[in-house]
Write a protein that binds this ligand. Structure first.
Ligand code: PLP
Length: 339
């Protein structure tokens, strides 16, 4: 079935590979694990956000914008990708970053790169974060008064426009998975602002695929993410006249541990083990936590040898450099990953 898409500006290097993780599958003694390498959507714009930004930047261009405004956590992959995409396309960028500490953030990882890319950074407290949409709307109004045209991108580019990035991405996986022998794969991915999940779910439904979807929360309660996804679907259904998807997504919040961005040594050890068995770098906040979740579900007997699981690597490599892996990587070798 063909899916009509809104205009997009190609920014990502596509298609990304779907790789077999044989050593990891053997070590974890569970399903056959495949990795969808959206950490390879590019270097500067690596990760899932660039797929959604392709649609937002097309809309920004079509609206005549010279400035984009968005928001995220201080180590936001989305803000880094937005700033660098804006730099590539010759637009200004203003980013609102949530920061809790009294001291200024360490200039590392995504925060450093957002500054390097020329993003105008505005730090906001967690209580101001609750008003982020209003803050961005006010900023757009102020910029307009100064003669600029702004395009506001919501948190994570997760709305009915950004969602199309993952509709397209799932179509890519469907083509690649057609070559996987055996059962249709479970699509296991990290979920936060919901746009990735919304796109995957929309495409699975429209293409009539039999892919179970697990949205593994990295911080929020499952009900919260479900609500975000349903809001995006409602918005997309209104915009296209199509029906809201009827398929079920498993929203899993059993692996959020200490919450958003909080990672314990067991979680870091699983990630370090996965890196040692695949050569792939994970980030502790998103992909590392989601992969730890998969590991634990395998340990509890959730999947067996004839299951296929596509673990969707949604990026975040730069944030890995802002985390303290050194506390678990012992001098004599990689950690054992016992979580
Ligand atoms: C690396 C990475 N993976 C996964 C996600 C979650 O995607 P979404 O916000 O679309 O749920 C994010 C969101 O910031 C991310 O940066």
């Amino acid at each position: 079935m063909s899916i009509e898409l809104p205009p997009r500006i190609p920014l990502a290097l596509l298609p990304t590979p779907l790789e077999s993780c044989e050593r990891l599958s053997a070590e974890w003694a569970g399903p056959r694990i495949w990795m969808k390498r959206d950490d390879l959507t590019g270097f500067e714009m690596s990760g899932n956000k660039v797929r959604k930004l392709e649609f937002h930047f097309a809309a920004a261009r079509d609206s005549g914008a010279d400035t984009v405004i968005t928001c995220g956590a201080v180590q936001s992959n989305h803000c880094r990708a937005t700033v660098l995409a804006a730099a590539r396309l010759g637009l200004r960028s203003i980013i609102y970053l949530r920061h809790a500490g009294e001291e200024p953030p360490e200039p590392t990882g995504n925060y450093l790169l957002s500054k390097l890319g020329g993003g105008e950074v505005r730090l906001i407290t967690p209580s101001q974060w609750a008003e982020r949409d209003a803050l961005m709307a006010e900023a757009a109004a102020r910029e307009a008064a100064a003669g600029h045209v702004c395009w506001v991108i919501p948190e994570g580019a997760s709305d009915a426009l950004g969602m199309w990035g993952y509709v397209l991405a799932l179509r890519e996986v469907a083509d690649q998975a057609a070559r996987i022998p055996g059962k249709p794969p479970v699509i296991w991915h990290a979920a936060s602002s919901g746009g990735t999940t919304a796109g995957i779910g929309w495409a699975v439904d429209r293409l009539g695929l039999d892919f179970p979807i697990v949205a593994c929360s990295i911080g929020d309660p499952a009900a919260h993410i479900r609500e975000k996804v349903e809001t995006i679907w409602d918005e997309a259904a209104r915009a296209t006249g199509a029906a809201v998807p009827a398929m079920e997504i498993h929203f899993n919040d059993a692996h959020i541990g200490g919450g958003y961005g909080v990672v314990d040594d067991d979680e870091l050890a699983v990630q370090a083990q996965a890196t040692a068995l695949t050569g792939v770098i994970l980030d502790p906040t998103y992909t590392g936590k989601a992969l730890t979740g998969l590991r634990r579900e395998i340990q509890s007997g959730q999947y067996s040898g004839d299951d296929n699981v596509v673990f969707w690597h949604t990026g975040g490599g730069f944030a890995a450099l802002a985390h303290d892996f050194s506390r678990i990587v012992a001098a004599e070798g990689p950690a054992s990953g016992t979580a």
